[in-house]
Design a protein around this ligand. Structure first.
Ligand code: LIP
Length: 263
């Protein structure tokens, strides 16, 4: 069943990415509205992408639930729930910074069983099925993901992001100022889904961010854990309060550093 869910997520994710790529006008995209703060943007293309995904999936699986960043939640009766970010990295999309993705996850009875993330500009794909592994797919084909051994703490390249609300951003900046001298460097590229997938591929060593919603992290989180990484919240499972990702060889030490820095 999980393989079928991934196949559907992949087909619809590719179609949505093609739609977003095709309809993006040149230059900066108009912001249609803001949400949690004046800088938390949404565009008409975000909304249209989610509508396309919702229609395609529920036409084929009408009894499923659907939770998307931009629209109303739908309670299903099948036990399968789709968790969707129609454009993760919306600010990058608005500014034409080529780092944004479509993210689609399928949960069965509350556990994510399949996940698909597609980098819209590059067409690079990230996919996972629980218990069967995760893969990166590019023009050279499909590549099984096994997160590489991490460097020592002081050589970690840390992926992160900052919240849309000023109060949380201030706290995050203070915590990052404490962490930065203790690691190699940070990268803040603006898409949580792609950043968490980057850790699975070894393009980042670790990740930390506060304020992620389920649609930001559901698919990429499975890609990461199926590549052998550890995902954690501040105390327990990853949640809106905090998401951390690291290789098991460094996770305890790194998670302690995150907590000590006051994230
Ligand atoms: C974004 C995340 C990013 C975070 C942004 C925003 P969106 O998701 O992918 O990591 O730093 O604040 O939450 O809003 O573009 O779907």
């Amino acid at each position: 069943m999980s393989a079928n869910l991934l196949a559907l997520a992949s087909d619809v994710g590719r179609e949505s990415a093609d739609f977003v790529r095709r309809t993006r006008p040149a230059g900066r995209v108009d912001v249609a509205a803001t949400k949690s703060s004046p800088t938390d943007a949404v565009t008409e293309i975000d909304r249209a992408s989610e509508q396309l995904i919702r229609e395609r999936i529920l036409d084929l699986r009408p009894d499923d639930g659907f939770v998307g960043e931009e629209g109303r939640d739908i309670l299903g009766t099948s036990g399968v729930e789709w968790i969707v970010d129609p454009i993760d990295g919306t600010v990058n999309f608005v500014y034409d910074i080529p780092c944004y993705a479509v993210s689609i996850a399928a949960a069965v009875d509350g556990t994510v069983e399949a996940g698909f993330v597609i980098d819209v500009p590059s067409r690079e794909e990230w996919s996972a099925v629980r218990g069967e592994g995760s893969w990166r797919t590019d023009g050279d084909g499909q590549h099984r993901l096994t997160a590489p051994d991490p460097p020592v703490l002081g050589h970690l390249l840390v992926g992160t992001g900052f919240h849309y609300t000023r109060e949380i951003r201030t706290k995050q900046a203070e915590a990052m100022a404490r962490m930065l001298p203790q690691v190699r460097d940070i990268r803040r590229t603006g898409s949580a889904a792609l950043n968490i997938c980057d850790v699975a591929a070894g393009r980042l060593d670790v990740y930390v961010e506060q304020g992620l919603m389920p649609w930001d992290r559901a698919a990429a989180g499975l890609v990461a854990t199926e590549a052998g990484l550890v995902l954690s919240g501040l105390d327990g499972e990853p949640d809106e309060r905090l998401v951390m990702a690291a290789h098991p060889a460094i996770s305890e030490e790194y998670f302690a550093l995150v907590r000590a820095c006051g994230f």
